[in-house]
Design a protein. Sequence first.
Length: 109
Amino acid sequence: MGAFSKVVFLSSLKKMSGKVRKERLKTLIRIFGYTCPFCNVDMIPKSPTVSRLYNDTRTIDHIVPLSKGGKNSLDNLTLCCFKCNGEKADKLPSDEFLKIVETIRKRAG
C-alpha cells in the first residue's frame, strides 16, 4: 500500500442524519465486527484510557471509492482501521480484498 494520507469519516456520511449514520454503522459492525478486514487489527479499546483512540481507529471506507464510481450503499462500505483507510486512499481494492469482504458478508448472513 502507498503512503499514509489523513482520512476522516466519509464526508458524505457526515451529511446524513445522525440516526441514518448510526444505523449504517451498526449494520457494518454486525457484518464486519471490530476487526479491520485489511490488516486484522482489533478496533476495540482495551481500556477506557484509549477510548479517544478508538474513535480515531475505526473508520468507514468505500470499498470502491466514490471517485472511481463507487456508491454510498451498504454493499460498498466497510469498517477498517484508520491506518488502512489512509493507505488505501482512493485506490481500487485488490481482488484478494474483495474475496475477504465477500466471505465476511456471507458469514454474517
